[in-house]
Design a binder for this molecule. Structure first.
Ligand code: RIB
Length: 289
């Protein structure tokens, strides 16, 4: 039976401002444009999974102001039975995009931080052993999800973004896949330089497949002595880097879960990431409108 990726993830409303340059302390800045997009690393990755042809169930919480996000996910074929409504407002992000397409993001967790252990148990109840669990670091109870999913014999992928001190306390050694960007890899390994980071992380997490994105240096996969490298795909002008990492994770995982082939998964993920930065917004689908 086809595996489903059970994504325990955030849903945000992204408020996106294009600016000449990021606002400085004490400064008031007028933006050139303002748009609202669906966002949150969880939502972006769920969208990427189904766009890549995978099956996805999105588990999480929104506020009453976030019903449109749920409708959008459902319209894409994502199971939203475990996406419930909290009394807290939907999580949101304030995103500045500068002329180079770089971003500066502030998030407010809101409803994302209200997911309970009984909701997590409920979502895991009906899973099949071929299913995969995916988590990002924008919701609560990450350790609990990892532990419960592993107890059920499921494979677990964690995208340690955004990284904070709480990540260190998670049972990361139990993970099957760990997605990191360069900054997260540096923090978690306590070192710099690709070779050193791989050495430190693979020593600490010998049973975990490591996938590290390196910006314009591309990305890599490492597991048990084998390292695969993928160059970044040139897109010409970078419009908006928001969600590039999410497009990468969702596409890699969707392909990897179906085939177990990391080489091709890296290439597909790099292409999706490149498409993402060539348009505005955090998900490829909505960038087309
Ligand atoms: O990774 C991009 C996402 O980070 C944005 O959509 C924003 O909501 C923040 O969670």
């Amino acid at each position: 039976m086809r595996p489903t990726i059970i994504n325990f993830g955030s849903c945000n409303i992204d408020h996106v401002y294009t600016v000449e340059a990021f606002v400085s302390p004490g400064e008031t800045l007028s933006s050139r444009t303002y748009q609202t997009f669906p966002g949150g690393k969880g939502l972006n990755q769920s969208v990427a999974i189904v766009q890549a042809g995978g099956a996805c169930s999105h588990v999480g919480r929104i506020g009453q102001d976030g019903e449109w996000l749920k409708n959008m996910l459902r319209s894409l074929g994502i199971n939203t039975d475990f996406l419930t409504v909290s009394t807290e407002p939907t999580g949101h992000a304030i995103i500045q995009i500068n002329q180079e397409g770089e971003n500066a993001i502030i998030t407010h967790g809101g409803a994302n931080h209200t997911i309970t252990q009984s909701e997590i148990d409920f979502a895991l109840e009906g899973t099949k052993e071929t299913d995969f669990v995916l988590i990002q670091n924008e919701i609560k109870n990450v350790s609990y999800i990892i532990e419960r999913a592993k107890t059920k014999g499921l494979q677990v992928a964690f995208n340690a973004a955004p990284i904070n001190k709480a990540v260190e306390d998670c049972p990361l050694e139990a993970l099957d896949l760990l997605f990191l960007n360069e900054i997260e890899a540096e923090q978690l390994s306590g070192t710099t330089g690709t070779a050193e980071m791989i050495r430190a992380l693979s020593k600490r997490f010998p049973e975990t497949k490591l996938i590290i994105t390196l910006g314009d240096e591309g990305s890599l996969y490492h597991f048990k002595g084998e390292t695969l490298k993928q160059i970044a795909i040139d897109v010409g002008q970078i419009i908006d880097t928001t969600g590039a990492g999410d497009a990468f994770v969702g596409n890699f995982l969707a392909y990897f879960v179906e085939t177990g082939r990391p080489r091709e998964a890296l290439t597909i993920a790099a292409k999706a990431s490149a498409k993402c930065i060539s348009r505005r917004g955090a998900t490829n689908l909505l960038k087309n409108v």
